[in-house]
Design a protein around this ligand. Structure first.
Ligand SMILES: Cc1ncc(COP(=O)(O)O)c(C=O)c1O
Length: 386
């Protein structure tokens, strides 16, 4: 029903991915496979709702508690995740990272430790260290390390990425329950960033944190998320969260509306969220299928093009996290080859604290994804030492 093969020229739209490439990679005019937004237009249903709202013409101050924003979110959780959420527990903020900053300020002090899985989404590192907190990493899958880091007396928060960026790992209910127990045992608050949740593959089911947090396990927790990732409208801004403890929720809203001066939401973001959550499911399901097809193509190309590299499609998302360490290539050499010779921009693993990997964004028409993976295979083949 929807055309994900259509290539849309994003040049000249002030796009970070396309127009801002030199800021990160030093040179302009690279084919980008970088930060996590997609080259697809948002669902036509979202575009139609935005047009209607724009046609109204008046964009005065708005209240996210009025109208159907919260009910659309409730509907989404009930229909996608068989999870009942309390609309009164919802909060609004300009972005997920803004919510995270606010919660870090509320629940931790400068110098405190914040525990994350490694590799780690670079936005987490920037938020945590930027506020003078210490980022404490535990390798994905290493529960002993996670407990060790949480047990340090000044570790005050477990910051989860669920599903996990950059690996695409979807946590099972059992794993989440273990995280909840560990956090509770060591008195750590939990913030679960679930912005990639809607992008799971069919074989994996996302479990919202509310399902393990309630009833009663540890009072200080928040689920922070947004429809901007799955429906590709991050530049409209806007996000929402569920803050478990009513007092903490009131405090969160108070801080946003007084200290931060953020009483009015981005109205077009409310419009887009409502349309996406009421009418966007067929588009999203087709998108997930399209991305799964692209990941299959990557699997085949990598298996024949780079034998020795073992790669499986991610459980969620449009980011391919590829372990190139068996090839013995120094990260900076690979980047140089990709940029100077192949003219592509692909995120180096070092950005996420694990050099030797790359993160290839394939949230784009398949033809472009093919160009990316082929460029990677050519560059790695020329440089491989093992
Ligand atoms: C895990 C995760 N959280 C948050 C964000 C950013 O969300 P926002 O733009 O709402 O701050 C991203 C974007 O890539 C992300 O991957």
């Amino acid at each position: 029903m929807y055309d994900f093969d259509r290539e849309i020229d994003r040049h000249g739209t002030w796009s970070v991915q396309w127009d801002g490439i030199a800021d990160r990679f030093g040179v302009p005019d690279l084919l980008p496979f970088t930060i996590s937004d997609m080259d697809f237009a948002s669902p036509p249903e979202v575009l139609a709702a935005l047009r209607d709202r724009v046609d109204h013409g008046v964009f005065g101050y708005t209240d996210w508690r009025l109208g159907e924003f919260r009910d659309a979110i409730r509907h989404w959780y009930a229909s996608r995740y068989a999870t009942e959420i309390d609309p009164d527990a919802l909060v609004y903020a300009p972005s997920v990272l803004n919510q995270l900053s606010q919660l870090l300020r509320m629940w931790t002090e400068p110098g405190d430790g914040v525990v994350v899985h490694t590799p780690t989404y670079d936005g987490f590192r920037k938020a945590v260290t930027g506020l003078g907190r210490e980022l404490r990493g535990a390798p994905l899958g290493d529960l002993d390390a996670l407990e060790r880091e949480l047990a340090r007396p000044d570790s005050r928060m477990l910051l989860l990425c669920s599903p996990h960026n950059p690996t695409g790992r979807v946590w099972t209910e059992e794993e989440l329950a273990t995280f909840a127990e560990l956090a509770e045992r060591h008195g750590a608050a939990v913030v679960s960033d679930e912005i990639h949740a809607d992008l799971t593959t069919d074989a994996h089911r996302h479990v919202p944190w509310t399902r393990v947090a309630e009833p009663g396990r540890g009072r200080r927790w928040a689920l922070v998320t947004s429809g901007t990732k799955a429906f590709n409208f991050p530049a409209l801004s806007g996000s929402y969260g569920i803050v478990g403890d009513p007092d903490a929720r009131t405090e969160f809203v108070r801080r946003m509306e007084t200290g931060e001066g953020l009483a009015s939401p981005a109205v077009l973001s409310l419009t887009a969220h409502i349309a996406a959550y009421r009418q966007g499911a067929p588009w999203l399901d087709e998108l997930r299928g399209y991305v799964a097809g692209t990941m299959e193509l990557l699997r085949e190309r990598l298996a024949t093009g780079l034998p020795g590299v073992v790669w499986e499609p991610p459980q969620a998302g449009y980011l391919a996290w590829i372990d190139l360490r068996p090839l013995g290539i120094e990260e900076s050499r690979l980047q140089e080859e990709l940029v100077s010779v192949e003219k592509v921009a692909i995120m180096p693993g070092g950005v996420y604290g694990t050099p030797g990997f790359v993160r290839l964004n394939v949230g784009c028409p398949r033809k472009k994804a093919e160009r990316g993976v082929d460029a990677l295979i050519r560059a790695a083949t020329r440089l491989r030492t093992s």
